[in-house]
Ligand binder design. Sequence first.
Ligand code: 13P
Length: 250
Amino acid sequence: MRKPLIAGNWKMNGSRSDNKALLAGIKAGIAKAKVAEVAVCAPYIYIPQVAEQLAGTPIAWGGQNLSTEAKGAFTGEISAAMLLDFKCKYVIVGHSERRTLYGEDDALVAKKFAVAEQAGLIPILCIGETLEEREKGITEQVVARQIKAAIDEVGIATLGKGVIAYEPVWAIGTGKTASPQQAQDVHAFIRGQLAAHDKAVAEKVRIQYGGSMNAGNAKELLAMQDIDGGLIGGASLKAEDFLAICTAAG
Ligand code: 13P
């Protein structure tokens, strides 16, 4: 049985006072989330605040990106060791916003996965097709390519130590959610790609759905056989909405 992971991706949102209220709200209601594991991925500068407020709770935290370098003259970058210094458990790699706005390609994302995992973080590898790719009917080709890049870099056993997040780009921040069946079809395809390398890893690895998941649609999505949680953007910024998603997992 895979334990669902509901992770908030705050993206570039928040302030010290907003975060304080949001985290207090999540903490107050988290006991109702009986099944899911819960995490929040905050902007780097707020990770110490998150670590302080969430210490001693069942809620984990993480970063939204990391450098492939260990240390040195890399202005503006953050290393895996720095994330671990603040007790991050997770780090998102290859979010579509990093891929499209900051030019991260499959090879760089795979390298980030490798560096994160080697350091002791659990990478959340984001994959997904654009609207154009879906309309061209090449969704499976795209996600297969993205997964293959990671497997080629780290091998199937190491990939299995991470989490995969299927985030159709056309569903991110648009209010357009993939239907549960649309998402399930791609999740099953992804698991099949993993199974071709190693059936046990495929059975074990968690595949989250991301893209306009909210309090209203989470239950149906999470009920699908191969959907093992969610990576939540907008709806993770309101405690009530985020908690509703966390409890929708059971
Ligand atoms: P939204 O939930 O705002 O669509 O964002 C999804 C996402 O990109 C999470 O990483």
